[in-house]
Design a protein around this ligand. Sequence first.
Ligand code: ADP
Ligand code: MG
Length: 245
Amino acid sequence: MTEIALAVENLSFAYGAKKALDAVSFKVQSGECTILLGPNGAGKSTLFSLITRLYDAREGRIELCGFDIKKQSLQALARLGVVFQQTTLDPDLSVTQNLRYHAALHGIGRKAADKRIQEELERLAMFERRGEKVRQLNGGHKRRVEIARALLHRPSLLLLDEPTVGLDMPSRQAIVSHVHDLVSQQNLAVLWATHLIDEIAADDSLIVLHKGQVKASGKLSEILHTTGWADPGQVFQKLTQGSQA
Ligand code: ADP
Ligand code: MG
């Protein structure tokens, strides 16, 4: 079953005179992990700020599961889970307290919330750490808690902004494989921003963003087939050459 979880159409955004996104269009399907690949400064976080409505774009359109994020923002945002580039957990609260707070913001009652918290933490092998203060967790475990939190209200689309930066290799691999499991088991749509090509799996979709423009989009296998390039590394190099990243 393929549904369009996210449709971005002709989206442009500037910080003052600095253009950060230039007529960006793409779609993200449910049941797929779509990698938003671009060097530092490409516009990935700006795009996420527009999808989450931290900023509003004057030009272009964003739909989440068919809901326009400006005209039907409540319905649209209810379907969205986000892990931002910077950690947004409260370090002085326990894992459970952080998650309960998020559940309350989404209008989930305490009993239902505790059940969902247990389910998501168990899936990430973090349930036994639930009473610890977030401050005591390492970077990889904090990220897992953030992913659990983003999934509590059962979103259709999960946005992850460079979720593995600064983590050691085993933590990175655990997160990559956990997210891919979610996609295949739950028909979730994932948009994963990264500049790290080794996080891309063979059956992922790819959107290559460079200087605010989409340089390629589609299934990785199709991009490799049509261009004749060997691997995601070559795609990245060919399409983003001339950047400082
Ligand atoms: P990425 O997440 O891909 O590294 P960003 O979306 O953070 O890229 O940045 C895109 C461009 O917009 C960069 O040139 C960056 O310097 C610029 N930019 C980002 N945030 C701001 C801001 N708050 N004010 C001005 N320029 C910004
Ligand atoms: Mg960024």
